[in-house]
Each structure stands twice: as C-alpha cells, then as structure tokens.
Design a protein around this ligand. Structure first.
Ligand code: AMP
Ligand code: MG
Length: 345
C-alpha cells in the first residue's frame, strides 16, 4: 500500500513542529493550541464565525475554557488520579452501600452500561484491576501469571452495577472490582468540549484528543474536514483519509500503547474473556458517528469483538460507520463508509 506523499508528510511535520515549539498558532481566522492533558496530547483548533467577529484573544479565551473543562472532567473520571470521584467510588466498591455520584459520573456510567450490553461485554468498564495488573503504558508493564489473571476474569460483572436515576446514585450488588473508563472518557470529554465551544459561539473547529477526532461544523465554515487514519502497520504514516463534517472519528489501535517481550506485542485493549490483549484479527478499529463517546466505546468494543461480529454490530446501528484493519493490513469497512469518501493513500 502506498504511503502518504512526501509533500503532505512535510506539511504535517511542519505544523507538528510549530505546535511543538510554539504550542499555539494564530492565523487570520483560526486559533490552534496543543497541550498535554487528560493523559494524552489534546489539540484544539477554533475558527472565527462567518461574520468575522472573533479576534485571537477571543478564540484563545474559548480555547482555554475548553482545556479547563477537560481537566475538570479528568478529575472526575480518571482512575489514575487518586482524588478523582471515580477513585473514590472504586474505594467504596464492596461496601454494599448506595453511593451518590455527580451528574457527569452518573451519565458516563449509564452510557457505558449501554455499550457493555450492546457489545455483549467486549467493552467492559469493570476491568480496572486487570488493567492495573498489566500496567501497559507505564514504565513497568508485566505479563501476569495465570494464577493472577484467573480471579480477575469474570464475565458480565458490569451487570452488578445498578443505576438509581431518581437519586442519582448507584449501588453494586456483588463483587470486588474497579471501574476503568479509559475506553470511553476521552470521547465523552470530547463531546462536552464540543458542546462548550458551540455554547461560546464557535461554529467551526476540530478537536483531537489522542486518537479521538471531534469536528464542529465544517472547516472554516465551508469545506469538509480531512481526517487522516493512522496505518497500524506503519504508525508514522497514514493509511488513508476521510472527509467529514460535524462528526467524530475515533480509532482504537494496537500501536497506541503496548510493550514488546520476546517478539510479542502486548497492547492495551484487553479481552475480558481471556484477560490478555485482544487478538481477534483487528489491529485498528475506527468508528465514525455523531457522538464521540459512542464512537469511543464502540471502537474499543469492536476491537475485541473481531471483524465479523464488529461489522455485524455496526451495520445494525443507525448513524455509525466503521473501518477495521486486520493484521495483514487488509481493510474491512461498513456499507455506508463511502459517504465519507474514504480514500487510501
Ligand atoms: P481505547 O483506546 O478507547 O480503545 O481504550 C483503551 C483503554 O480502555 C485501555 O487503556 C484501558 O484503560 C481500557 N480498556 C482496555 N480494554 C478494555 C475493554 N475491553 N473494555 C473497556 N475498557 C478497556
Ligand atoms: Mg475507546
């Protein structure tokens, strides 16, 4: 497969360097700022409105509100922050009490439950202990022993989460486990940032939260956005591009976080059935749709499900399309993906 052309690569490289060294960039009608936030690199580009009423200071101030909001939400959802609301909840699991939670935590848990069910447990928010055991993405990853894995593998454990909407509280019927929202939180935060930008008068922009792309309206209030898809076999290159407006594109890939041991790649998307990194044929799973949270949960769930089941699931849902890449680099996409002019390089 051909790789991205030298010229396009050079252009991307220059923008990346500019962002790296200046961190922000203002052109006459757009403002871009990149920062390390929510455990990844977050890049926000906001365009002026069609009637040209926003100057650099205004766009910058909205951009900073978005970064503040991302940090606020991370302090609710992160299992890595010991003072987060999620960590506080994790500490109470097993105590068999009704736990009051914030609107946002309630909302993301409720949405997550929907996707645990829809993916038949392939997406599972109760894998916290398993994820901590592997420690992938840290300096000390380990391959657990079977005796360590066995007690942590329990299918459909998420069903013990009971949501009490009238009191905004949850209870946990059985078990001793930890929640990890790493497969949905970036998408959920992306949707919240988009809503906040729109509330502040932005009608055109693009947000990148790690592998999650969220577009607001059309580019410069006019064109489609061109979104690149990383080639999972050559992660420094793009395998193709998509042309989208006002949608989110979310990818889960085996190249994002992993470690190698004895020539084997151990990546961060775990199969709840085996306790091991998922190896069902997919090495990159991309979902396109309106809500980034939905796309995020689905991209992870589909990765675990494997190509046949994942294609069947996405074809059964209105408003979502998918592109899956297998370990040989073959592309498998859903029937409606042509609407996004998917073009391989
Ligand atoms: P993503 O990059 O959205 O696919 O999410 C991967 C992250 O979600 C991992 O780093 C873990 O924190 C968590 N995770 C891993 N496997 C699963 C799974 N099967 N279901 C839900 N979350 C998972
Ligand atoms: Mg995900």
């Amino acid at each position: 497969m051909k790789k991205i052309s030298a010229i396009s690569f050079a252009a991307i490289f220059i923008i990346a360097l500019a962002l790296l060294y200046r961190k922000n960039l203002y052109t006459e009608n757009s403002y871009t700022e990149s920062r390390e936030a929510i455990g990844t690199v977050v890049s926000i580009t906001l365009y002026d409105s069609p009637d040209n009423i926003m100057d650099e200071a205004m766009l910058q101030s909205i951009c900073h509100k978005l970064f503040d909001e991302a940090n606020r939400l991370e302090n609710i959802f992160s299992s890595k922050i010991s003072s987060s609301e999620l960590s506080n909840l994790n500490n109470q699991i097993g105590s068999n009490v009704n736990i009051s939670v914030s609107d946002e935590l309630y909302d993301i848990l409720s949405l997550s439950t929907k996707y645990c069910q829809l993916t038949n447990g392939a997406f599972d928010i109760t894998l916290g202990n398993l994820i901590n055991l592997w420690n992938i993405g840290t300096d000390n990853p380990t391959i657990p022993k079977d005796s360590q894995l066995a007690p942590l593998i329990e299918l459909n454990r998420w069903q013990s989460l009971i949501l009490n909407q009238s009191t905004n509280s949850i209870s946990i019927t059985t078990g001793d486990f930890n929640f990890d929202l790493g497969a949905i939180a970036k998408g959920y935060i992306g949707d919240k940032l988009k809503a906040l930008a729109v509330k502040n008068g932005i009608s055109s922009g693009i947000l990148s939260l790690g592998g999650n792309i969220i577009t607001i309206g059309s580019k410069n209030n006019d064109d489609h956005w061109t979104v690149g898809l990383t080639d999972p076999l050559y992660p420094d290159s793009l395998i193709g591009t998509l042309s989208i407006k006002d949608k989110s594109v979310v990818t889960s890939g085996n190249y994002e976080r992993y470690f190698m041991e004895d020539g084997v790649r151990y990546h961060h998307i775990l199969n709840p059935n085996t306790g091991y990194p998922a190896e069902n044929g997919i090495i990159s799973s991309t979902i396109i749709g309106d809500s980034s949270a939905d796309c995020d949960a689905l991209s992870t769930g589909c990765y675990v499900l494997g190509i046949t089941n994942a294609l069947e699931l996405i074809e059964s849902l209105d408003g979502y399309e998918a592109i899956f890449i297998d370990s040989l680099g073959n592309i498998h996409s859903t029937s409606g993906v042509d609407a996004y002019k998917f073009t391989t390089n």
